[in-house]
Design a protein around this ligand. Structure first.
Ligand code: F6R
Length: 613
């Protein structure tokens, strides 16, 4: 949510910053801005809208030499929280003197009180943002040492921040700090890049330092000096990113979403490879850091997450109960800490988050730790806050997910949850042979998904039939119920068609009142236990004129006859079938949105990585 880039080195800062912002644009794209040092003066350009608009604005307003001269700067792409996405609310914000520029991710919770105090001292604010208040506060604290001024100001703020600060009076350095909002520093050869996310760094260097909460760094082209807010030096290791720059490119696809959908056989292969033990019929997930005895003694698994990750958790709930013979429940991360959850030392709390930065999921992790539960995470972004705070868990290895709509992270989350259930189940109920059979079913997932992807064109043709509808229902039972929820979420977020996911049995308890001639009902009708009941629910919908698109098992003529349209997925284990089924729905949503002319990778009002509550 919002993206930060900072650069200090030999290259043309405006160019580096704009390229960096482009790579971060998926985190927020309603306005953007940059500030560079031009000689010993700050030059600022801002624009509402996308990074391309900022680039045009800077080229229109700035002399050409500024682009070649400036080698230090900070930049931001915004997802509005305080005030609409206007030019004046865009970052960077300046202090009262105009000498200090600040870009900020996160929320300053006590900004109203700070603003009132600063106004009483004569400060005048131009924007509605909390960030401008912090910029003025830093200016107010500045007695000639920017680093100390930032420390003093940050001592006074409540809330979260990832910041980069530049001062015209100290041109050779950028100050950056974090609390609750990530900052990564790329250590290049004679250049240093600051970013809220490694995808803005990967084109420059693989060597990165992740700041911890309350770290503050003085960054020059040659050095990174990290301290805490009390000016005590701290040591942070340099890590290898291990990320390929091409991962953040579209690679010939029209959209990141389509690329990521098609990457799934590979991403799933990476998530599964080396984690199945086909000798012992179990999985090897060393990162869980739990002994066989602890797993055998588990009382309950509680899964927390938001959005798509929550839906993966719901599939996990079925998997843990069915395969691992352990009570499982899923809780919305946003509710977890406010409902005084009952979890203890024999309960395993699994936090699921692609980004590893989602504020609500992070808060749930902290609450679960407070209560003494066993806490672990399923994150995609290596070194993310949730991954680090849980200290144990399983990385998804899905590769960078740039599309705002999550696809490959979901399928990898499900694959990892199945492997976790296999591991726990093997200690509690499965024989070796049963474990082996399940391990082979999981191993086959990438191939099953590839078979669905082969139908891309056919799915595009089917999608054309549903382009003009404004409402749609998705229904499923058992583990296909969360798939219905996820299918509806995908369709609504990228095509803006109002879509609702329901348990197939729930439709007649109210929502069926909305069915009229031609209303689309997407039915998860794979040949798994409960299929006959879903076919019955489909008949109820057809009787009211609904148009049925079914996801069915390959060759299931009985199911096909109940549908107006159908997409076939290969026959497989009922829990495993959730993965190819969701891939069919991802492609369906993608093509509907494409045919409606939607901005698929940057849907209205959304942003990747929701770091506010
Ligand atoms: C939907 C989507 C969101 C995220 C949610 C949680 O396509 O991407 O619903 O799943 O914001 O994000 P993470 O998984 O990063 O915690």
């Amino acid at each position: 949510m919002c993206g930060i880039v900072g650069y200090i080195g030999k290259a043309q800062a405006p160019k580096v910053l704009i390229n960096g912002l482009r790579r971060l644009e998926y985190r927020g794209y309603d306005s953007a801005g940059l500030a560079v040092m031009d000689g010993n003066q700050l030059a600022v350009a801002k624009a509402p809208g996308k990074v391309a608009a900022l680039k045009d604005r800077a080229h229109a307003e700035w002399p050409e030499e500024r682009f070649s001269r400036a080698s230090t700067g900070i930049a931001h792409t915004r997802w509005a929280t305080h005030g609409p996405p206007t030019e004046v609310n865009a970052h960077p914000h300046l202090d009262q003197s105009g000498d200090i520029a600040l870009v900020h991710n996160g929320i300053i919770e006590n900004y109203r009180a700070l603003r009132a105090r600063l106004e009483s001292k004569g400060h005048q604010f131009l924007s509605e943002t909390d960030t401008e208040v912090l910029a003025h506060l830093i200016g107010e604290c500045n007695k000639g040492d920017l680093f100390q001024a930032v420390c003093d100001a940050l001592h006074q703020v409540e809330g979260t921040f990832g910041i980069a600060v530049l001062s015209a009076r100290e041109p050779g350095r950028i100050i950056t700090a974090r609390r609750g909002s990530p900052i990564v520093i790329g250590v290049g050869d004679g250049e240093t890049i600051i970013a809220s996310d490694a995808s803005a760094i990967v084109a420059h260097t693989q060597r990165v330092i992740y700041l911890d909460d309350n770290d503050i760094a003085i960054v020059t082209a040659e050095s990174v000096d990290i301290r805490d807010l009390n000016n005590v030096p701290v040591t942070r290791e340099i890590a290898e990113l291990g990320m390929d720059a091409s991962a953040a490119e579209k690679g010939g696809y029209d959209h990141f979403m389509l690329k990521e959908i098609h990457e799934q056989p590979d991403s799933l292969g990476n998530a599964i490879r080396g984690r199945l033990d086909l000798n012992l019929g179990t999985s090897v997930l060393a990162g869980m850091g739990t002994s066989a005895r602890e797993l055998a003694d588990l009382n309950r698994v509680v899964i927390v997450g938001c959005g798509t990750s929550l839906h993966a958790g719901l599939v996990g709930e079925y998997a843990f109960e069915d395969l691992a013979d352990v009570n499982a429940e899923v809780q919305q991360a946003a509710e977890f800490r406010y409902r005084n959850p009952i979890v203890g030392s024999r309960d395993l709390v699994v936090a699921i988050s692609q980004s590893g930065e989602t504020a609500d999921t992070l808060a749930a992790v902290r609450e679960a730790k407070q209560k003494g539960a066993f806490v672990m995470s399923l994150c995609n972004v290596v070194g993310s806050t949730i991954a680090r705070e849980t200290g144990r868990g399983v990385y998804l290895h899905a590769g960078p997910e740039i599309s705002v709509a999550s696809t490959k992270a979901f399928t990898c989350q499900v694959a990892v949850l199945l492997m976790m259930a296999l591991k726990i189940g093997r200690g509690r109920r499965f024989s070796r042979d049963e474990g082996l059979k399940l391990a082979r079913d999981i191993e086959a997932i990438p191939t099953l998904v590839a078979k669905v992807l082969e139908q891309d064109e056919r799915i595009a043709t089917i999608a054309a039939t549903y382009v003009n509808n404004e409402h749609a229902f998705f229904i499923g039972r058992g583990p296909m119920y969360p798939v219905a929820l996820e299918g509806a979420l995908k369709l609504k977020e990228i095509s803006y068609i109002h879509a609702e996911g329901y348990h197939a049995a729930e439709l007649k308890h109210g929502p069926i009142a909305l069915l009229v001639e031609g209303t689309p009902v997407v039915a998860l009708a794979c040949d798994i236990p409960g299929k006959d009941k879903v076919l019955g629910n489909i008949e109820e919908c057809r009787a009211r004129g609904a148009r049925i698109l079914g996801i069915i098992t390959e060759g299931d003529h009985e199911a096909a006859e109940c549908m107006d349209d159908f997409i076939e997925v290969p026959a497989c284990h009922p829990l495993v079938a959730t993965v190819p089924a969701v891939v069919a729905l991802q492609l369906f949503s993608y093509h509907v949105a494409r045919l409606r002319g939607c901005e698929i990778d940057q849907p209205r009002n959304l942003a990747k990585s929701v770091t506010v509550e």
